[in-house]
Design a protein around this ligand. Sequence first.
Ligand code: 2AM
Ligand code: CA
Length: 264
Amino acid sequence: MNLKNLCNEVKMLASATGEFLKTEQAALKKKDIELKGTRNYVTYVDKEAESRLVKGLKGLNVLLPEAGFLTEEDTVEFEQKEYTWVIDPLDGTTNYVHGDKPYSVSIALMRKKEVIMGVVYDPVADEMYYATGKGEALLNGTPLKVSSQATLENGYIGFGIPYSLDERGEQVLKNAMRQFRKCSFRIKGSAALEICYVAAGISDTYFHTGLSPWDVAAGAFILHCAGGKCSDFSGGDNYVFGKEIVASNGLIHEEIMRSIIEGN
Ligand code: 2AM
Ligand code: CA
């Protein structure tokens, strides 16, 4: 299989899905969402974007053996196959319904338990992040490189607040609050993109609890290929399926684990 050719096709699908999202968001502003119901409308956009994307990815079976799907909107049933597409057709839903940005399309390809390709597209900024292997992480054709910030002090730190906050998640946010004077925190609202910002050297780190595989699989792979590091909250490798992630430039990782995740 030629991963780079396949990635080019996936980028085109991500771009088309992004265009669809953008058009629908403009229409959403004009409609009376009170009357129609914000959630219902977004469910329509999510589902329509996902089924178009799934159809497109199924069409790539000339480049790839038959693949299964793991998707946010469940428009296709999960089936265990050697290859799996892990997709979020609209990451950053809350931004999207408020007419805000950023939001993104996130597509990862897994072979057995390993991610082998990641594509994250921001249609508003027209920014395509993608990776096919170590040292092969790019943004619109330009190689990505993580930052060299090694300390929490003066760090630029992204994080997110999960829809349902458990005790552990709440404690991590309290730990972060204790560092407010030392560094700058940002919540941007699209986990897939915020992990790419670490890969691009914009943010030094990003942490979040309560995430699903489609929120992180593509971004985490892109970050890995750009020379960064991801772990779960125990420092292990279970960050795609484990619902908690610390993504970083590698240099700052240990201090983030100690000060924010463990709270020491
Ligand atoms: P979404 O927009 O697809 O819902 C916001 O902090 C980011 O985290 C978004 O990427 C959002 O994805 C995701 N997110 C937050 N809480 C989540 C949860 N409980 N389950 C899944 N995704 C969540
Ligand atoms: Ca998501």
